[in-house]
Design a protein around this ligand. Structure first.
Ligand code: GCB
Length: 585
C-alpha cells in the first residue's frame, strides 16, 4: 500500500475542512435518497477529520451510535490519459459507504485502517462533484472486536446496559471521519507496492510494478547515497541497498535515511516515484530476550489512546507533537497502539523520535462464545491490512493481534481458542516473518493462556493492587512476582503491556488510597521494581499515558483516570515518578 504523497508524478489533495453532516438514527437516508445530497434540513457543520461526539454535543450527539451522512464538494482534475484518480480515506469509524454525484463508488468496514477507491471512470473530470459518505459507528457482531446489541446483553456476565453508549471495551466509540481524506492522482503505469526489509547494514527491497520496466532505488543520508537498479519480471523487482558505513536506527539515535523508488520505462523516462524515511535496524527474540540491533531491549513506555478534547479520536496534529515531546520527557522508549492501529502520522513521529511501537490490531475482549469462521476471517483480513499499511515502518517492532481475549473467562476460550490462535499467528507470520508476534493477555485468561504457545513474547496486562487487593501494594507485588515466576516457564520474554492505577488530579492522601496521585505513583514504582528485577521480564508499559474518555458507567469518573498526564496533558505526580525511574533524573 502506498501512502498519498505529492511529487512530480503523484499529487495528493487533502480534503480536510468543514463538511456537513446529517444524522440518520432511523436509517432512512438511503431510501430517502440522501446519497444524492443530504439536503439543508437538520444538517450541521463538522470538521473533518474529527469525531462528531464532542464537536456536536450541544446538538445532542455526544453519545450517538448510529448512521450519519457527511457531504462535501470536491474538484476532480481534468482528464489525462496517463493518470488514475483515487479517493483515499485514512480511516472512517467504523463503516463507510461512499457516493460521488449520487453514484455508489464503494464501501469499507476496515475500522481504523485506510481504504482507497479508484474513481477515474466514475468522476466527471474537470469540475466539481458532490461527495457523500454514510458513516456508522455501530460495530458488527462478527468483527475482531465484536459489537454489542441488546440481544447479547443477557449473555454477558456484566450488565452492558449499564454503559452509555453500550460497548464491550473501556474507551469511547467516537464516530466520524477521524483521519484525513485525500484525492490522489497517480500515474496509470505505477509502482503498486513495495516491501523494505532492513538489517543493521542494508535494506532489501521487493517492488511490485508492471513488467518490462526498471526499478531505480536510492538510499541517502548521513553522508551516504547508494543506488540500485533491477528489472521487473513476473510483477516484481528485488534489490539490496547497503551504505558503506551504515548508521543504525535506535531510540538513542533515530537516524533515518531517505528512500526513493522510481519506475523507469525502456526509453529511460521516469513514470512514477515514491519515497519514505527509513532506518536501518533489526529486531528479534532470542531465548527470553528481545533484541534490537543485537542488544537486549528494556521497554519503558505507555499504552496510549487516540483521544483528545473536542477532536475525540480525530487526528489532532498539535497534540501529536506534544505527546511525543512528553514521551521523550518521561524517558519512554516505546508505545503500544492500544487498542487499534493509529493514524499514519503517529508512526511518522515515532520513526523520527526513536519510539519503538508495538502495533496492535483492533481486537478487544474477543468473546469465544461467539467466535466463528467469519470472525476469524475478519480478524485475518484486519491483520493483513495492518501489516500492508505498516510493514515498512522502522518504529514497528512487533505485532499485537488482540487485547484481552477470553476476558469473561468463558470456558469456550479454553476449547475454541487454540485452533483460532494457531491459524491467526501463522497468518501474521506468513505476512511478516521479520517481527515478533504477540497478544495482550488478561489475568482471567490465565498464565496458561492458549495464545501463549503461539506468541513470541508473553505479553500481560495486570492490575493487582487495583481491581484486586486494592490499596495493598505488598500483596500486589507478591502476586506480580508470582505471575512472572509462572510465566517464565514458557521460556520466552515476558512483557507487562499494562499496569496502572486511576488518579484524580488533585486528590491526595498520606495513606495508600485509591484515586490519589500518591497511590498511582507508588503503584507504578512498586511494579517497576518487580519488572526490572526479573531476568525474563523485558519491560513494562504504564496504563495509560493520559486520561481518556470512556463510555459512561458507575466505575468511571468521566474518564479512565489511569493517565500519568491528564486528558489536557498536565503531569500528575506519577509523571515525575516515571521520569525519575526511566531517566534517573
Ligand atoms: C485493561 C484494558 C484497558 C482498560 C484497562 C483499565 O485491561 O486492556 O482497555 O482501559 O484495563 O483501566 O481497566
Amino acid at each position: 500500500m502506498i501512502r498519498p504523497q505529492t511529487n512530480a508524478w503523484r499529487q495528493a489533495t487533502d480534503l480536510s475542512g468543514i463538511w456537513r453532516i446529517r444524522f440518520d438514527p432511523a436509517e432512512v437516508g438511503e431510501t430517502d435518497g440522501w446519497h444524492h445530497g443530504i439536503g439543508d434540513n437538520d444538517t450541521h457543520l463538522i470538521a473533518v477529520p474529527g469525531s462528531w461526539n464532542e464537536q456536536l454535543s450541544e446538538a445532542g450527539f455526544m453519545n450517538y451510535v448510529g448512521a450519519a451522512w457527511f457531504e462535501t464538494r470536491i474538484m476532480v482534475p481534468p482528464a489525462d490519459n496517463d493518470g488514475r484518480i483515487e479517493l483515499r480515506f485514512a480511516s472512517v469509524d467504523y463503516h463507510a459507504r461512499i457516493w460521488l454525484d449520487g453514484e455508489l463508488i464503494g464501501e469499507s468496514g476496515a475500522a481504523m485502517l485506510p481504504f482507497t477507491l479508484d474513481i477515474t471512470d466514475a468522476a466527471q473530470r474537470g469540475g466539481g462533484a458532490r461527495l457523500v459518505v454514510r458513516v456508522t459507528n455501530i460495530l458488527p457482531a462478527d468483527g475482531p472486536t465484536q459489537g454489542i446489541t441488546k440481544a447479547t446483553y443477557a449473555e454477558e456476565r456484566r450488565q452492558r446496559d449499564e454503559y452509555l453508549p453500550a460497548v464491550r471495551f473501556d474507551f469511547f466509540p467516537f464516530g466520524g471521519i477521524n483521519r484525513p481524506v485525500h484525492l490522489v492522482r497517480r500515474p496509470r503505469v505505477a509502482i503498486q507496492s513495495y516491501r523494505a526489509i532492513t538489517t543493521r547494514r542494508d535494506v532489501a527491497l521487493v517492488v511490485e510494478a508492471p513488467d518490462d520496466h526498471t526499478v531505480l532505488a536510492r538510499l541517502s543520508g548521513h553522508g551516504a547515497a547508494v543506488e540500485g537498479r533491477a528489472n521487473v519480471t513476473a510483477g516484481r523487482a528485488t534489490l539490496v541497498l547497503a551504505p558503506a558505513e551504515a548508521r543504525c536506527w535506535s531510540p538513542d539515535d533515530p537516524a533515518l535515511y531517505d528512500l526513493t523508488i522510481a519506475l523507469i520505462d525502456q526509453s529511460g523516462a521516469t513514470l512514477d516515484q515514491v519515497s519514505q524515511r527509513l532506518g536501518l535496524r533489526d529486531v528479534c527474540v532470542t531465548g527470553d530476550q528481545l533484541l534490537l540491533n543485537g542488544a537486549p531491549l528494556v521497554l519503558k513506555g505507555f499504552g496510549k489512546h487516540e483521544d483528545s478534547p473536542i477532536h475525540g479520536r480525530g487526528l489532532n496534529l498539535p497534540q501529536l507533537i506534544k505527546d511525543f515531546a512528553l514521551l521523550k520527557w518521561t524517558g519512554a522508549n516505546s508505545v503500544r497502539t492500544a487498542h487499534y492501529p493509529y493514524a499514519e502520522e503517529f508512526y511518522d513521529m515515532a520513526d523520527e523520535a526513536g519510539i519503538l511501537v508495538i502495533d496492535e490490531i483492533f481486537s478487544v475482549n474477543l468473546d469465544f462464545r461467539r467466535v466463528n469462521a467469519t470472525v476469524l476471517a475478519h480478524h485475518k483480513a484486519a491483520v493483513e491490512q495492518l501489516i500492508a499499511r505498516d510493514r515498512n515502518r522502522t518504529c514497528v517492532i512487533a505485532w499485537s493481534l488482540a487485547n484481552e481475549p477470553g476476558y469473561l473467562a468463558e470456558p469456550e476460550y479454553r476449547t475454541h481458542s487454540p485452533d483460532y490462535w494457531r491459524d491467526l499467528f501463522a497468518h501474521a507470520r506468513r505476512l511478516d516473518p521479520t517481527r515478533p508476534v504477540t497478544h495482550a493477555n488478561v489475568a482471567y485468561a490465565g498464565n496458561d493462556d492458549p495464545a501463549f504457545s503461539e506468541a513470541d513474547i508473553i505479553t500481560i496486562n495486570r492490575y493487582h493492587g487495583w481491581y484486586s487487593d486494592p490499596a495493598q501494594l505488598d500483596r500486589a507485588h507478591a502476586a506480580l512476582v508470582a505471575d512472572f515466576d509462572q510465566l517464565a516457564a514458557h521460556g520466552k520474554p515476558i512483557f507487562v503491556a499494562e499496569f496502572g492505577a486511576d488518579a484524580l488530579a488533585g486528590e491526595h492522601a498520606t495513606h495508600d488510597q485509591l484515586f490519589t496521585e500518591e497511590y498511582q505513583a507508588r503503584f507504578i514504582e512498586t511494579y517497576w521494581r518487580a519488572i526490572t528485577k526479573h531476568p525474563s521480564v523485558i519491560g513494562g508499559h504504564v496504563w495509560n499515558f493520559a486520561d481518556f474518555r470512556t463510555a459512561q458507567h458507575g466505575r468511571r469518573v468521566v474518564h479512565n483516570l489511569k493517565g500519568v498526564f491528564t486528558r489536557t496533558r498536565e503531569p500528575k505526580m506519577a509523571a515525575w515518578t516515571v521520569k525519575r525511574l526511566w531517566t534517573g533524573q
